[in-house]
Design a protein around this ligand. Structure first.
Ligand code: SF4
Length: 216
C-alpha cells in the first residue's frame, strides 16, 4: 500500500510538476525559461502544457544551481546522445545561465550539448559577443529556427518583439556558421518557402525540416 502511494506520488510529480529537465528517447532537454522574444502562431506552448508527459509551464525560472541539481539526478542514468537547451521559451533570454550550465556539462560529462534558438541572441543581449561566448563554453551545436524567407513573412508568422529581427537573425546565422556546428530548422507551416529559405542561408549549411502539427 505504501509503495503504491509512492508510485502515485511520483507519477503525479512527473505529470504536474514543472519540468526543468525532461527527455525523449536518448536525448535530454533543458527547459530554462518560458520567455520568448517571438510569439509564433504555431508555437506549441499556445496550445499544450508540455510534451511526452512532462509539464513545461514553469512557475518560476530555475537558477543555474537548480538546473544543475536536476541534471545531476538524470545525466548518469544512461548515455544521452545530446543535451539540448530547448523548452517552452528562448534559451538566450538567459544567456549567463545558458553559459554557466553548458560549462558545467562540458566540464563533468561527455555529452554533446546543443542550443536550439530563434537566433535573436544579439537583440536580447546587446553588447555581448554571443557566438564567441558560446564557443568558449565548448557548446557543440546550434540549431537555429528560421521559418520565413523575408521580413514580411517573418513578422507575420512570428510577431517578434524587436524591430529588424529578421536581419539580426540572418546575421546570427552567418556568424554561427563561421564558428560553430550550425543547422537551420524549418517548421513545415504553409508560409515557409523552403527553397527560398535555403537560398538565403546558403546551400552549404545543414538543414532540417520539423513537421508542423496543428493543435487547433
Ligand atoms: S521562437 Fe520558438 S519558443 Fe518562441 S514563440 Fe516561436 S516557436 Fe515558440
Amino acid at each position: 500500500m505504501i509503495v503504491r502511494k509512492k508510485e502515485i506520488k511520483s507519477a503525479y510529480l512527473i505529470l504536474f510538476m514543472p519540468a526543468i529537465v525532461y527527455w525523449s528517447e536518448d536525448n535530454l532537454y533543458l527547459n530554462i525559461t518560458n520567455r520568448c522574444s517571438n510569439n509564433c502562431y504555431f508555437c506549441f506552448r499556445n496550445f499544450i502544457s508540455g510534451v511526452w508527459g512532462f509539464n513545461l509551464k514553469l512557475r518560476k525560472e530555475p537558477t543555474p544551481n537548480e538546473i544543475i541539481k536536476n541534471l545531476q539526478r538524470v545525466i548518469n542514468q544512461r548515455h544521452w546522445k545530446e543535451v539540448i537547451f530547448c523548452g517552452f521559451g528562448e534559451p538566450t533570454e538567459r544567456l549567463d545561465c545558458l553559459l554557466d550550465v553548458t560549462k558545467w556539462i562540458k566540464n563533468y560529462h561527455k555529452s554533446l550539448v546543443r542550443l536550439n534558438t530563434n537566433g535573436q541572441a544579439y537583440l536580447l543581449n546587446p553588447g555581448r559577443s554571443v557566438i564567441n561566448e558560446l564557443e568558449e563554453t565548448g557548446l557543440d551545436k546550434v540549431s537555429i529556427s528560421l521559418n520565413a524567407h523575408n521580413k514580411e513573412v517573418y513578422n507575420k508568422i512570428s510577431n517578434p518583439k524587436f524591430e529588424n529581427t529578421f536581419e539580426s537573425v540572418l546575421g546570427f546565422i552567418e556568424e554561427s556558421k563561421r564558428n560553430l556546428d550550425t543547422e537551420i530548422t524549418v517548421v513545415t507551416i504553409p508560409e515557409a518557402d523552403i527553397k527560398k529559405i535555403k537560398k538565403i542561408v546558403g546551400e552549404e549549411v545543414k538543414f532540417r525540416k520539423r513537421i508542423y502539427e496543428p493543435h487547433f
